[in-house]
Write a protein that binds this ligand. Structure first.
Ligand code: GUN
Ligand code: ZN
Length: 434
């Protein structure tokens, strides 16, 4: 039998051993191992050490570079790369004008396959190795996405979008047909390799009561499924939900009434929530996928990080492309910082990086698989340049403390800083084609 493949990556290793406080630049939750070798065996992290390992290890020297766990993007739409940067609309107009027409193309298996491969490659080229993804209402779009993720060894959580009203005819399903398709997709994909199924009602306005009830039945029937949807993103949307569901106390309460909230629920946005909503999220263990570039670009509003965190709600970070303006989780972190700066809430680089790695992993119930360099975790790893270009280079040269260095990196870097992306111990992206 062949010995398992052993790979060692040299660089400045940074991950988290705990959740950092919101604004502590000296947080003890940070694990900083400058100029260490990260040891990978058979696709998993096995340790880190200052000295180069000996015989039997393939050594890859990235001395002077930053090595982080691969990012986790907890809310992104695979068919929406084509609508990124579409002009002049808030959420409901944007869906009708740009997004729904584009999603119709994923009914075609060839388009779904090409689009899903391009999407997964783009995630990897931005340093994202795990994602929670909306494909489209078409079953073929889910198969194509899971095929593409599986071919690259990525951790992916996704499911068929449910929409049986308030959407174009060609994007609508019906309760019975959708239930049968979900069951087939769950049987085929859930728990296969690194893939998991998420029951995916798009948002309350596009599902009837009967469809939301069906989504709740799926979750009850298959413990371990995820649930993903949008909530309280835009004021006009919130108003519409109040009209469509007059019996619900709030937008979030619609999902509660149909049994959709649990510790595997990922709710995008959550800008227009109140204290009772936050208490409910905390009680159910559901997380908010905060999507700052989308919230700014679609003019949706400013997410209240401190209110959510202080209520005990888990917050992860998400690109929400194509509403968001970049797949880069670095740009996402920088935008999250700026939104909180407006509110007078200071977020440390640690709070942000944690939310994009170990924090998201914990919120998804996957702390032993993704988001850190714990021994036994899958070797999803990215190698970054500390600086690209003269301004960032100078800024890094004069930075003295670690937090200053990492915060300046977060502010100035983007996907052009990415050197390599490794997934489960295999190099899946190299800048310039490697
Ligand atoms: N709400 C319902 N669908 C969508 C979507 O595709 N993007 C965003 N940002 N919000 C939504
Ligand atoms: Zn979204």
């Amino acid at each position: 039998m062949n010995a398992p493949e052993r790979i060692a990556l040299r660089g400045d290793l940074l991950d988290f051993v705990d959740r950092p406080a919101r604004a502590d630049p000296d947080s003890p939750a940070v694990r900083w191992l400058p100029d260490h070798w990260l040891l990978i065996e058979a696709g998993r992290i096995v340790g880190a050490q200052p000295a180069a390992p000996g015989e039997g290890w393939t050594r890859i020297d990235h001395a002077g570079r930053l090595i982080l766990p691969g990012f986790v993007d907890t809310h992104v739409h695979s068919p929406q790369l084509d609508v990124i940067g579409s002009w002049g609309a808030q959420l409901l107009d944007w869906l009708e004008t740009y997004t729904f027409p584009s999603e119709q193309r994923f009914a075609d298996p060839g388009q779904a396959e090409r689009g899903s491969n391009a999407f997964c490659d783009a995630l990897l080229a931005h340093g994202t190795t795990s994602a929670v993804v909306f494909p489209t209402v078409h079953k073929v779009s889910v198969d194509a996405l899971f095929d593409a993720a599986s071919a690259r060894g990525m951790r992916m959580i996704a499911g068929k979008v449910l929409m049986d009203r308030n959407a174009p005819e060609s994007l609508r399903d019906d309760v019975d047909g959708a239930e049968g398709q979900c069951e087939a997709l769950i049987a085929r994909w859930h728990g296969r390799g690194r893939l998991a199924y998420a029951v995916t009602p798009r948002f309350a306005p596009t599902s009837s009561d009967a469809q939301l009830a069906m989504a709740g039945r799926l979750l009850a029937r298959h413990p371990g499924l995820y649930m993903q949807t949008h909530v309280a993103e835009n004021p006009a949307e919130v108003q519409w939900v109040a009209e469509l569901f007059p019996q619900a106390r709030s937008y979030l309460d619609v999902y509660e009434r149909f049994g959709l909230l649990n510790e595997r629920a990922v709710l995008a946005h959550g800008i227009w929530l109140d204290d009772a909503d936050r208490a409910l999220l905390q009680a159910r263990g559901a997380q908010i996928a905060h999507s700052p570039t989308s919230n700014l670009f679609l003019g949706s509003g400013l997410f209240g990080w401190a209110a959510a965190e202080d209520a005990g709600v888990a917050i992860s970070l998400a690109s929400d492309v194509g509403g968001g303006t970049s797949l880069s989780m670095i740009r996402t972190m920088a935008a999250a910082y700026q939104i909180q700066a407006l509110a007078g809430t200071k977020l440390s680089a640690w709070a942000l990086l944690h939310a994009a790695t170990r924090g998201a992993a914990a919120a998804l119930g996957l702390p032993h698989e993704i988001g850190s360099f714990e021994a036994g975790a899958m070797a999803d790893v990215c190698v970054w340049d500390w600086a690209v270009g003269p301004v960032a280079t100078r800024r890094q040269q004069i930075a003295t403390r670690l937090h200053e260095k990492v915060f300046a990196w977060m502010t100035l870097a983007d996907e052009r800083n990415l050197v390599e992306t490794w997934v489960a111990g295999r190099r899946r992206y190299a800048r310039g084609g490697g």
